[in-house]
Design a protein around this ligand. Sequence first.
Ligand SMILES: Cc1cc2nc3c(=O)[nH]c(=O)nc-3n(C[C@H](O)[C@H](O)[C@H](O)COP(=O)(O)OP(=O)(O)OC[C@H]3O[C@@H](n4cnc5c(N)ncnc54)[C@H](O)[C@@H]3O)c2cc1C
Ligand SMILES: *[C@@H]1O[C@H](CO)[C@@H](O)[C@H](O)[C@H]1NC(C)=O
Ligand SMILES: *[C@@H]1O[C@H](CO)[C@@H](O)[C@H](O)[C@H]1NC(C)=O
Ligand SMILES: *[C@@H]1O[C@H](CO)[C@@H](O)[C@H](O)[C@H]1NC(C)=O
Ligand SMILES: *[C@@H]1O[C@H](CO)[C@@H](O)[C@H](O)[C@H]1NC(C)=O
Ligand SMILES: *[C@@H]1O[C@H](CO)[C@@H](O)[C@H](O)[C@H]1NC(C)=O
Length: 561
Amino acid sequence: MWNYIFISGIILLVSLLYHYNVSKPLSIIQYPEDRYDYIVVGAGTAGCVMASRLSELPNKSVLLIEAGGYFNWLSNIPLAAPLMQGTSVDWTYKTESQYYASRGFVNHQASWPRGKGLGGSGQMNFLLHSFGKIDDYKKWPSGWTYHNLKPYFDKVSRIMGVPGTPVEGELTKIFTGIDVSGIGGNITIEKAENTIKRGKRFSSYQAYLQPAWNRKNLHILPDTLVVKILFEDDKKTVEGIKVKLQDGTLGTIAANDEVILCAGAVNTPHLMMVSGVGPFEELKQNRIPVIKAIPEVGKNLFDHLNIPMYVSLKIPVSITLRKMQSLAEIMKYLVFESGLLATNGVVGTASRGDSGFILFGVGSQDEKLLNVSNYDTQVFRAVFPSYNSPAQEGVLVLANCLQPQSRGNITLNTYTILDPPRIDPAYLEDSRDIRCTQDAINLVLDIIETLDFRKLGPEVHIPDINDCRYHQQDYRDENYSECIMRYSGVTGYHPGGTCRMGDDKKAVVDRRLRVNGIRKLRIVDASILPNPISGTPNSVIIAIAEKAADVILNVPLKTVK
Ligand SMILES: Cc1cc2nc3c(=O)[nH]c(=O)nc-3n(C[C@H](O)[C@H](O)[C@H](O)COP(=O)(O)OP(=O)(O)OC[C@H]3O[C@@H](n4cnc5c(N)ncnc54)[C@H](O)[C@@H]3O)c2cc1C
Ligand SMILES: *[C@@H]1O[C@H](CO)[C@@H](O)[C@H](O)[C@H]1NC(C)=O
Ligand SMILES: *[C@@H]1O[C@H](CO)[C@@H](O)[C@H](O)[C@H]1NC(C)=O
Ligand SMILES: *[C@@H]1O[C@H](CO)[C@@H](O)[C@H](O)[C@H]1NC(C)=O
Ligand SMILES: *[C@@H]1O[C@H](CO)[C@@H](O)[C@H](O)[C@H]1NC(C)=O
Ligand SMILES: *[C@@H]1O[C@H](CO)[C@@H](O)[C@H](O)[C@H]1NC(C)=O
């Protein structure tokens, strides 16, 4: 991404200093005890919150188990987030070969990075903060309206240090100041909000787990894979879990109160199914003894699909590879915790109805992105023309449908957690998503064509993709834009929905997040989302975990501060 050797040297130095100054947390252990009151599976965005909140009760013992270890120190640098992908802290999943989309990817399979280590996906994400729109919560169960969640949103904003950062940077000023009155109204343009503190990543790992990890009643077990949920003979009550410890041996741990799954939208349904809780046919086919047939486990999978649109600029307002790797920027970062490296590069977002985009103020892309995303080389080069021009000024616009209707699923390849599950997001299967994404692309063009944006000298790059040549080479042409989205659309990294929460009997978890028909088992992570968040989900998941902790600890709503 930049001059690796140089920056690595500096970072090694800084991280040595850092490690000398931070002693090992008391809660980190290698071998667990036989039983705990609460067992939290997965130290990701939600798991860090759960472990922290539950261990506030001094007389309750809490175990947090995480399949991975520590993230590299680099993960703290906001702009370095993509460097985590494809490494040992990534589960490196790939989707099933897609039919309606991902055609510009090798074998039509898209990479699906997921964080593996303390902090989970929250430790490798792009740090964008949002709580979506009020309407997102319309179909959620009682007690979970936007209004009900508002006290938690306020709390999370405060803890994550979000509000009130001033508009900085030329590009942000221009973008947020665009006069859209000439293009039909109903457009919302917002400055990007993110969870960055003093130039460093501030995820639920830093905000919740670190302040708690010297508590005597909290144990954290890294590098340990939960392989199964164990049930009592009645097949209704969870007894504990089976784990594969650091040294490769298997062990069991009992839960007095309950097991809380926070393994994420892919791994939570996977763990449920290999433990015998899921669609009857799916379990039978893989010879898994059925504990409880729940047809919707693994269903309702959604994700955002981002259409990358490259726009070159004539004015030097963007982040380029050359600027990023300049000595001045590196020193600015290391000494003053500021500058380009201290940002996530996102300028802002815009939306009109259910169509929107993210404006990424980075002018040149690294070819490394090609390797980790699984793009076909030709398509990658057609879509990202500046991959080889480190000084090119420009922006990358990610157009997307905020509430996609397509629903895919997580199913099994085999009976064991040791083999990855099948991931089929079914991108663009529902034709409404094509219309909605076209509207997003048109919104991008509308905004670029405003007088204010035109001052930057923008030129929209039109990807030349073999199979799209038969259409007019113009994003406004519906056939061309449909063709492009089927080729270049890339994951928005926001999978969810695979253990849906609902008031209805078919839902996987109830409004208290308890798995229906099973005692002592709860799910708290992206899998419980009934539908996508119109924006980015990470802060919503933190708020869900906050509320879940209050539900478990019986804290009445009016005392949420
Ligand atoms: C590259 C990328 C960029 C993103 N950008 C943004 C963004 O800018 N803004 C935003 O809001 N969202 C973003 N997201 C999405 C957001 O980070 C996720 O939605 C969120 O982190 C999900 O939280 P979670 O608690 O459900 O799961 P995770 O954070 O994924 O946590 C699951 C944890 O469980 C562990 N685990 C899984 N299975 C087991 C097992 N069997 N045993 C033990 N441990 C296990 C995993 O290793 C992981 O640590 C991004 C995600 C990615 C990957
Ligand atoms: C545990 O602590 C809580 C709050 O500190 C208290 O209300 C409760 O009575 C205690 N329970 C036991 C068994 O000590
Ligand atoms: C704005 O949205 C509303 C409702 O979605 C619609 O009725 C109205 O026509 C829109 N206005 C414009 C100017 O597009
Ligand atoms: C991409 O992958 C290829 C083959 O695995 C490798 O040779 C190449 O160096 C990689 N490129 C980058 C930029 O990482
Ligand atoms: C999973 O989703 C795909 C794509 O929509 C569909 O073809 C398949 O039948 C689904 N499988 C199950 C078991 O629901
Ligand atoms: C798009 O394709 C359809 C079907 O092939 C055709 O009827 C239509 O005229 C095309 N639209 C444009 C704008 O070219």
